[in-house]
Design a protein around this ligand. Sequence first.
Ligand SMILES: Nc1ncnc2c1ncn2[C@@H]1O[C@H](COP(=O)(O)OP(=O)(O)OP(=O)(O)O)[C@@H](O)[C@H]1O
Ligand SMILES: [Mg+2]
Length: 257
Amino acid sequence: MSYTIALAGKGGTGKTTVAALTMRFIMEELGVSVFGVDADPNASLAVALGLDCEKTVSDIREDIVDKKLDFPAGMSKERYIEYNIEGCLIENSKFDLLVMGRPEGPGCYCYVNNLLRKYLDKMGKEYPFVVIDNEAGMEHMSRRTTNRVDLMLIVFEPTVIGAITARRILDLSKKLPLSIKEKRLVLNRVPKYGVNEKISKRLEDENLSPELLLGFDAEILEASSSDTSLLNISKDNPTYTALSGFLRQHLTAGVTS
Ligand SMILES: Nc1ncnc2c1ncn2[C@@H]1O[C@H](COP(=O)(O)OP(=O)(O)OP(=O)(O)O)[C@@H](O)[C@H]1O
Ligand SMILES: [Mg+2]
C-alpha cells in the first residue's frame, strides 16, 4: 500500500514548494520512486519540478463527456480511459507526474470522476509514495483525487490570517469525506527574528502547534523567479534540510507502523 502525502493551505503559502521538495526527498534520500499528482488547475507542481505539461486529465474528461473519444472494439471503456490517462503521465526516471487540470464544468461528471479516482488509486498503489499538491482550499480534494491520506501537511504563514486559515482548514478536514491518518502544520516563510508575540499568542488561542518551521528562503524565491526546478537547488538549502529532517522522522515512522 502506498503512503499518501497531501498538501493543503491558503493560496500562495508554499504548498507547491513543499510538495516538490517532498518528492525530491523521497527520491534522493529514501531512494524510492514517487507518484506526483498536480491537483491545482494552474499546474504549478509540474513547473516547480521543471517539467512541461502537454495533456491533463481534465482534457480526457472533457473528451469523454463531449464524446470525442472513439472507443475501440474489443477494449472495455474503462481500460480505454486508463490507456488515455496513461498518455498524460509525465514520466521520469525516479518519478511520474499526473496533472489533473481544470475542474469540471457544469455537466454531470460523476461517472468519469469515479473512474478517474479509481484509476488514481490503482496507480498510486504502484508507487511506495504518492504526493498530492492541491489548490488552495481542500473542498475538491476527495472528489478530484483521493479520499485516503496518510499525512496531510497544512502550510501556513505567521500572520493573523494565516493562523485563522490553518484553524479553518483543520476544522474543515474533519467534515470532508476524507480519511486522514495524520495532520501536521508547517509554518512557512518565518522571518529571521522568528514568530512575533502577537502571532505566538494567536497560534496558542487557535490551538495550533506547527511541527515544522521554515524560514524565508531567498534561494527558493529565486528558483521560482528564474524558472529553476526545485530539484536543482542546493542540497544544503536550509528549507530542504529542515523539511528532510521532518520527513525522515515522519515517513520512516509512518511507513513502518
Ligand atoms: N520559505 C520560502 N521563502 C521564500 N519564498 C518562498 C518560500 N516558500 C515559498 N516561497 C515562494 O512563494 C511563492 C508561492 O509558493 P508556492 O507556489 O509554493 O505556494 P502555493 O501555496 O502552492 O501557492 P498556490 O496557492 O498559488 O498554489 C513562490 O514564488 C515560492 O517560490
Ligand atoms: Mg501551488
